[in-house]
Ligand binder design. Structure first.
Ligand code: SF4
Length: 331
């Protein structure tokens, strides 16, 4: 691991990555980094991936401590799935505008307006909201999850309005109510930007990766025909990396948060990967810096705690999702 220019500017020693690894070994910790983390964080991690894949790795790992480089709800999900392990996040203030768009009190009030409705939550939710949820979903299995609910039952879908609109359109389901939440990053991946980029790069393929809510608007737009269907590929993290290795295209437009470009360029260095909007960057993800990662490992902070009773209810909602279909797709 070499120190990037960012690290050199920040004043960290070039051997910082070695120190991270040594400290992790001493703590019996596994280092997990979400795809939207800074490149230097992705490079030092033991595993990179999307939030649920990382949570599953965390649960299966023999390590007693999980250091989750991502946003807070993701570290909470890891804790929900691994209640016996210590979970650290380098900055507990790394939130998520989508997860924050609904509070548990708002959800309880919404449920009271629709007694008997089935609550389906995208994984970008707090532990408290998951505990009030019947079934969780990801962007790849949301249609399947909602389709599994008897047609006569009302559905409350939250918090992502674009994913909800996509599911409602696919299933033509009238009795599905969608919370008007959104991620601030997707605003940079709107219809005008997508169409303009597709027209300006007529030979480029378009990869849409609706992980994390930032590109669910692109998922919705692709479904409306706003961009030519034959050039659009809706892909999971793994699918996107496989498609990159197999692609014969010389350039690929990527509709997702810019952090994903790092893994794609490593997978297929000969392809010119361009962000649909290079300002589509999650400021919360970028709060996790090498300095904070070092501090987390040196000082054992910030530890993530989830009330055991809440965790058990949240775990049940995640397990119901897994029973309906493995969330192996585009979450
Ligand atoms: S990209 Fe959006 S949905 Fe993902 S963590 Fe950031 S704010 Fe949340």
């Amino acid at each position: 691991m070499t120190a990037s220019p960012t690290i050199a500017r920040s004043g960290l020693e070039p051997g910082w990555a070695d120190e991270v690894r040594a400290l992790a070994r001493r703590r019996d910790a596994v280092l997990l980094a979400h795809n939207y983390q800074l490149p230097e964080i992705q490079d030092v991690a033991d595993h990179t991936g999307d939030s649920l894949a990382l949570s599953r790795i965390a649960a299966e790992s023999q390590a007693s401590t999980i250091v989750f480089c991502g946003v807070h709800f993701m570290a909470e999900t890891a804790k929900i799935l691994s209640p016996g392990k210590t979970v650290l996040i380098p900055d507990a203030a790394a939130g998520c505008s989508l997860a924050d768009s609904i509070t548990v009190d708002q959800l309880r009030a919404w449920k009271a307006e629709h007694p008997g409705a089935v609550v389906v939550s995208y994984v970008n939710t707090t532990a408290a909201v998951k505990a009030e949820t019947d079934i969780c979903c990801t962007s790849s299995n949301a249609v399947e999850v909602v389709a599994s609910i008897p047609a006569g039952k009302e559905v409350l879908f939250l918090p992502d309005q674009f994913l909800g609109a996509h599911v409602r359109r696919v299933l033509q389901r009238e009795n599905m109510h969608v919370w008007a939440g959104e991620c601030h990053v997707h605003a940079g991946i709107n219809g005008a930007t997508l169409t303009a980029q597709a027209e300006a790069n007529p030979d480029a393929e378009l990869f849409v990766h609706p992980e994390c809510g930032c590109a669910t608007s692109a998922l919705y737009l692709a479904g409306t025909g706003a961009v030519p269907a034959d050039r659009v590929k809706i892909l999971s993290t793994g699918g996107m990396l496989d498609a990159a290795r197999e692609s014969r295209a010389s350039s690929v437009l990527v509709a997702t948060e810019v952090g994903m470009l790092h893994q794609l360029r490593r997978a297929a260095p000969e392809i010119d990967f361009r962000a649909v909007n290079d300002r589509a960057s999650c400021r919360y993800m970028k709060m996790i810096t090498p300095e904070k990662l070092l501090r987390a490992l040196r000082e054992g902070r910030d530890e993530v705690h989830v009330d055991p009773e809440l965790a058990a209810r949240g775990r049940a909602a995640v397990r119901r999702m897994i029973e309906i279909g493995q969330p192996g797709g585009a979450e």
